[in-house]
Design a protein around this ligand. Sequence first.
Ligand SMILES: [Fe+2]
Length: 151
Amino acid sequence: MRASWLIEDESGAREGEAIGRERLVAEGVFHASIRPEGWEAPIEEIMRMRGYRTRDEVNLSPTTEGLDVILGKFDREHLHTDDEVRYVLEGEGVFDIRARDDRWMRVVVGPGDLIVVPKARHHRFMLTASRTIRAIRLFEDRAGWVPHYRQ
Ligand SMILES: [Fe+2]
């Protein structure tokens, strides 16, 4: 996991100053490192502790049919009424999450990273250049995991 303040200007977006774990926690973003070998028991413990009731697996790669359509739903700024919880088994993902002061925090996750984007917090999601991720998604209630786009 790598977290930094995002700098956006005429030349595009780039990672700036690093964000420490304490700041992420203060911003309500939960992160844990769990080894991909034997991940199921610790993930189930986190589900019990945090009240997530179901899980599934998402698998995206350059050969995924409709990949750009799928990604296009989530690379626009949005929020959910439930937490967005991802545990990465393979590949990488990029979460841009609004800090409480509305600045972007960029969090890049890879194998072994569990991240919780808190409910009602604007964010967007992208893949890295490899365009590959296999991740476990945890849900309180799937109905809460609908994107509400920022106006
Ligand atoms: Fe989302």
